[in-house]
Write a protein that binds this ligand. Structure first.
Ligand SMILES: [Zn+2]
Length: 124
């Protein structure tokens, strides 16, 4: 047990930890709740095993998780909208530049033709 100033994790851990059994060798492990849903290598048999999500069993944990996920989804969505907006803007700008470049190329050809016409046939 750590003294004051140390981490309070040890106190919180017991309530947020997940106890689960490896699906291969049935060895039981304790992991942090942050690992829920993740696939870890079993410390005993070394095979990948998936950590179950304990929140599925607790309505309170579930609603917290749901609102958290919904919040993250919303944030993700707004960032996607923002980035999509940037891409659209740049796409339009790119199109404009391509048109401009096309116009400049045509103008160059015309100018070169005019120049050649005035100079007449190049001497041999
Ligand atoms: Zn195992």
């Amino acid at each position: 047990m750590q003294q004051a100033g140390g981490s309070t994790l040890s106190a919180q851990k017991s309530s947020s930890d997940i106890v689960f059994a490896c699906t291969h060798c049935a060895a039981s492990f304790v992991v942090d709740s942050a690992a829920a849903g993740m696939t870890l290598d079993c410390q005993k048999c070394g095979k990948p095993t998936t950590v179950p999500n304990p929140d599925l069993n607790t309505a309170a944990g579930n609603s917290t998780k749901i609102s958290d996920l919904q919040h993250q989804l919303k944030e993700n969505e707004s960032q996607r909208t923002e980035i999509t907006g940037y891409i659209n803007q740049l796409g339009i700008q790119l199109h404009r530049w391509q048109l401009r470049l096309q116009t400049l190329k045509q103008r160059q050809e015309k100018l070169e033709n005019d120049l050649a016409a005035i100079r007449g046939p190049t001497p041999k």
